[in-house]
Design a protein around this ligand. Structure first.
Ligand SMILES: [Zn+2]
Length: 491
């Protein structure tokens, strides 16, 4: 007997619209509690919601990026809940007619492509937040109530922790590429709910087998907790099945919800899962259905950028970059755009990629920005790449100039000249220095010329003298060639 984890993932993504889903309140994190509220998102009786068109377009854009079928007709539904952070006692969502369905996303897992089905992606509104850090009571902050929330439901196509993580990270990358969410985990912009069960099978009977009861783990708000939760649940369910092979199976036990205890690093039982009809879904009477025509859909389609996996493949092919460098450069759209602009401006792809990796990403990270946010234009960086490609500055010096460019608007060539960092490759200038050094070091010249044991050491010594006299600016390759020619008569 063996088992294979079977995992589906629901992801909630807050969309970065200016205002909320059904009212004009600002969609803005971090403001004083209950400052971004109005009668609509407070759930006062008799108010009328109005749909945020931008949020709808963002959701359709994501549906397109996930290769979904986009519904031409959708409606809104009320999903009944009673929670302190949901004063309306219902959430406006999409039940039987989601705006997108039947899609997929391709992931790269350990160099292999894996396709994960997307069941549906629909829009709804977020709830408020209970605040537990007040002395002696719990507060309710409704600034988040009504923020547009995109729920993306996958098929149970993932079979391992690395696949779940690749899927979750690809979703974050995708919403950032589309510029529809900042996907900032610390601000709760993305939350995960994995559905986990094991397919238990007998090797001798490939058609036989059964599932362990499905467990849904609610509200995970970090990649770390997602990773640990899934790994923990796989082990826990395997243990349960081994202890009770006949009873611990989906057809004998209902689904359950569990929560993740971050301190003890275990999942804990919450309740048996409610079935959909317990939410008392019914059509939202205050909102019109949405009909999307070809012209509107066409305008949204036109906004689709090149998606991460396509861009990755193109960078590998077009620029001949390795997997690691390509992954880094395409991880964020802004970095990929910047890199391409630098190449467009005349830099060699390898030089540009290496400088962005070794200097750009590091410095951007230190300053809490992205590469483009460092304020070095693509043209200036291309100028630096060209200096290095033409051997006018060494690779080490190029790294130093990159940093200096953060503080100066001068062209890289001027920075190099002002700081005496240009390599001297000009043979006439170097020839004079080489001639001087050779005339002053007769013994070393003789040793080198003799070709004996001391020759190699003597050549290094002479080259060292030339480098010193040029104050480190001689191009070592050109200087070495000059020395060889003068001493050995080689061309
Ligand atoms: Zn409001």
């Amino acid at each position: 007997m063996g088992y294979r984890p079977t995992i589906g993932l629901e992801i909630h993504v807050e969309l970065s619209t200016a205002s909320k889903m059904f009212c004009g309140c600002p969609n803005h994190f971090g403001d004083p509690p209950n400052s971004n509220v109005c009668p609509v998102c407070l759930g006062m009786p008799g108010v009328l919601p109005t749909m945020n068109r931008q949020a709808y377009e963002y959701a359709v854009l994501m549906g397109l990026a996930l290769n979904c079928r986009i519904a031409t007709f959708t409606k809104w539904d009320r999903k009944g809940y009673y929670y302190p952070d949901l004063p309306k006692n219902y959430q406006i969502s999409q039940y039987d007619l989601p705006l997108s369905s039947n899609g997929y996303i391709d992931l790269l897992v350990n160099g292999q492509t894996k396709r994960i089905g997307i069941t549906r992606a629909h829009l709804e509104e977020d709830a408020g937040k209970n605040v537990h850090d007040l002395p002696g009571c719990t507060g309710v902050d409704l600034n988040r109530a009504g923020v547009p929330l995109l729920e993306i439901v996958s098929e149970p196509d993932m079979n391992s922790v690395p696949e779940v993580m690749a899927y979750a990270r690809s979703m974050r990358q995708l919403v950032r590429y589309l510029n529809i969410s900042q996907a900032n985990m610390q601000q709760g912009h993305m939350r995960f709910e994995p559905n986990i069960s094991l397919w238990v099978f007998d090797d001798a009977e490939p058609d036989g087998g059964h599932y362990t009861p499905i467990v849904e783990v609610k509200n995970l708000n970090s990649f770390r907790s997602l990773e640990r939760t899934v790994a923990f649940e796989i082990d826990r369910q395997a243990g349960q099945w081994q202890a009770d092979p006949d009873g611990y199976r989906m057809d004998k036990m209902s689904k359950q919800n569990r929560g993740w205890d971050d301190v003890r690093e275990v999942t804990v039982y919450q309740r048996h899962k409610e079935e959909a009809d317990e939410y008392r879904y019914f059509p939202e009477p205050d909102l019109l259905p949405v009909e999307i025509d070809d012209a509107w859909l066409g305008r949204i389609k036109a906004q689709l950028p090149e998606l991460p996996i396509a861009r990755y493949a193109r960078f590998r092919k077009e620029f001949g970059l390795d997997e690691k460098l390509t992954t880094l450069l395409t991880s964020e759209r802004g970095t990929a755009d910047y890199f391409e602009a630098v190449v467009q401006a005349g830099a060699s792809p390898h030089r540009a990629a290496n400088l962005i990796q070794s200097q750009g990403l590091r410095l951007a990270n230190e300053r809490g920005t992205d590469v483009a946010g460092l304020g070095i234009s693509a043209e200036r960086l291309a100028g630096l790449c060209k200096l290095a490609d033409e051997d006018k500055v060494s690779a080490t010096t190029a790294a130093g100039i990159f940093q200096a460019m953060l503080e100066s608007d001068d062209p890289p060539e001027k920075i190099a000249q002002d700081r005496n960092l240009m390599q001297v490759s000009d043979t006439s200038a170097l020839e004079a220095i080489v001639a001087e050094v050779l005339s002053e070091n007769g013994k070393a010249v003789a040793d080198y010329k003799s070709g004996g044991k001391k020759a190699k050491k003597a050549r290094s010594f002479i080259l060292g003298q030339v480098m010193q006299r040029s104050k480190g600016q001689a191009n070592p390759k050109v200087a070495g060639e000059l020395i060889d020619r003068k001493v050995l008569g080689q061309t």
